[in-house]
Write a protein that binds this ligand. Structure first.
Ligand SMILES: Cc1cc2nc3c(=O)[nH]c(=O)nc-3n(C[C@H](O)[C@H](O)[C@H](O)COP(=O)(O)O)c2cc1C
Length: 147
């Protein structure tokens, strides 16, 4: 399975999580690559069997909290995700509120079958990246068996 991790990172933590998840997916035998969400080329997306989209959380802690600026437009500009299984993650300092659901909704609107998501809160949470990678592979395998 070819997994493409698309990330939107401002200060580097979301990229760090994406790389940690990628490394664990590879360790478990999957083919996995990372690319920046806003500048990935369409052919790279089209060639993937599965996508994982990660964004930092932007907002004013209790109001206007959601995926980072530009993420909605970038997802809208991707080639169709019809037939692809997907996962989402976000990174934050306080609380993601509805960020994962919003991200998942945008991907579903493009045809993706979003099956799992996780929030990474503060830097130390990168330790949970391997467990997330395992949950992603299990959920992807279940979705493909059901398809
Ligand atoms: C402008 C701005 C707004 C933010 N708003 C929130 C917020 O509303 N809630 C929250 O939990 N974290 C918020 N954060 C924290 C980031 O989501 C968090 O530090 C994230 O891990 C940064 O990822 P990055 O290093 O990939 O840019 C905000 C950060 C910035 C720069």
């Amino acid at each position: 399975m070819r997994v493409l991790l698309l990330y939107e990172s401002r200060r580097g933590f979301t990229l760090q999580v994406a790389q940690a998840v990628r490394d664990e997916l590879r360790a478990r035998g999957a083919s996995a690559e990372t690319a920046p969400l806003r500048s990935v080329d369409g052919g790279t997306v089209a060639a993937a069997d599965a996508v994982i989209v990660g964004s930092w959380v932007s907002g004013a802690i209790v109001v206007g909290v959601g995926p980072a600026p530009g993420v909605h437009e970038a997802i809208a500009a991707l080639p169709s995700l019809e037939g692809k299984v997907a996962a989402v993650f976000c990174t934050c300092d306080v609380a993601p509120r509805k960020t994962l659901g919003t991200l998942a909704g945008w991907l579903r609107a493009r045809g993706a079958n979003v099956v799992v998501g996780q929030t990474f809160k503060r830097k130390r949470s990168v330790r949970t990246a391997p467990a997330f990678a395992g949950a992603v592979l299990e959920a992807f395998a279940r979705a493909q068996a059901d398809a």
